[in-house]
Design a protein around this ligand. Sequence first.
Ligand SMILES: NC(=O)c1ccc[n+]([C@@H]2O[C@H](COP(=O)([O-])OP(=O)(O)OC[C@H]3O[C@@H](n4cnc5c(N)ncnc54)[C@H](O)[C@@H]3O)[C@@H](O)[C@H]2O)c1
Ligand SMILES: [Zn+2]
Ligand SMILES: [Zn+2]
Length: 396
Amino acid sequence: MKAVVWRGKRDVRVESVPDPRIEQPTDAIVRITSSGLCGSDLHLYEVLAPFMTDGDILGHEPIGIVEEVGAEVTDIAVGDRVVIPFNISCGRCFMCDHGLQSQCETTQNVEQGTGASLFGYTKLYGQVPGAQAELLRVPQAHYGPIKVSHGPPDDRFLYLSDILPTAWQGVEYASVPKGGSLVVLGLGPVGDFACRIAQQRGIDRVVGLDLVPERLERQRRRGVTVLDVNDFPKADDLVTAVRDLTDGRGPDAVIDAVGMEAHGSPAGKLAHQLTSIMPDRLAEKLMTRVGLDRLGALHAAIDMVRRGGTISVLGVYGGMTDPMPMMTLFDKQIQLRMGQANVKHWVGDILPLLNDDDPLGVDTFATHHVPLHDAAQAYETFQKKQDGAVKFVFKP
Ligand SMILES: NC(=O)c1ccc[n+]([C@@H]2O[C@H](COP(=O)([O-])OP(=O)(O)OC[C@H]3O[C@@H](n4cnc5c(N)ncnc54)[C@H](O)[C@@H]3O)[C@@H](O)[C@H]2O)c1
Ligand SMILES: [Zn+2]
Ligand SMILES: [Zn+2]
């Protein structure tokens, strides 16, 4: 089959690789009909390169048709249309029982000290071959796959694999009180859906921040108040502008939908550049021992949220000893929630919204549908935020 294979920093290629096969009775094989490109893939493309292995297959946002099932997979059958959550979870451990599927105890990576395995996400998360491919082996398929109806286009359900539940969890964790306000930092696919879900759930005052004109415009058209980070070279001025929009006090909650590669974080940027010229083994050590995320967005969130407010972190961070302003966090009595999305936990809330009325605008969400063989160009365009790209969907 053809698959998107990681060959080095900023080097992904579409290559022929062996077809996956059933290995466990709980496996299924799914023929992928659409597969998303995520901001999380961009971390692997460059900054998290030290954790990648030459030949890893990328991707974790698939929808497709079941081609084969193992003996213990009884809830789905050959021919079913399924969306596959990006986290691989068993559905029968303590964590899964508590709605914490991203911490599943069956697929946790104990030797790495990390949570549940993820598709296409480095040796930190099980090194499971990913979904930007023609076929996917789905472990724990007795539980993971979400069966959806055959009629509507792939895009209707595709985002259930990751970014819709991620954004939903972000809004949930933000716990905005009735009549309250929410700031969303970063208007990529995740921040975009966070704004839409917030509006859908009756949060009227949503302010979105980014620095990419098309992304800001996309939200403005949907009734979100937007601020262009570029207009505020001084961080304090940005905080003041946000406060001016939120009762002078700051928003009740801030969602960080940016993560470790935030624009405007010189120290972290230097560290990222350092790891990119170091041999991988050394870089891996530096990444895990020394804090080196670009913390611009998270620090902005801490500054702008109102006292006693909540910060909900969706963006992925990877540094182990990132400097954090503990005094401010403590003094402002900030509540901080974060984590990988527990996809299956939110499916029941989201699925009813994926109907013909399309209240979240999923059918028209993607800006680019491209054949899988154009993946290398797509990664580059998405990383550079060119051509109005917000969401790429591959068609294997
Ligand atoms: N928690 C989860 O389960 C989960 C799931 C999916 C994605 N993610 C993470 O969410 C984050 C966003 O993903 P995405 O697909 O939307 O990616 P993306 O890279 O397209 O979006 C990030 C956006 O943040 C903007 N940005 C950069 N610096 C900023 C700053 N200082 N202030 C405001 N905006 C800034 C960028 O211009 C970009 O539009 C990534 O870190 C990704 O890894 C987490
Ligand atoms: Zn993702
Ligand atoms: Zn489990």
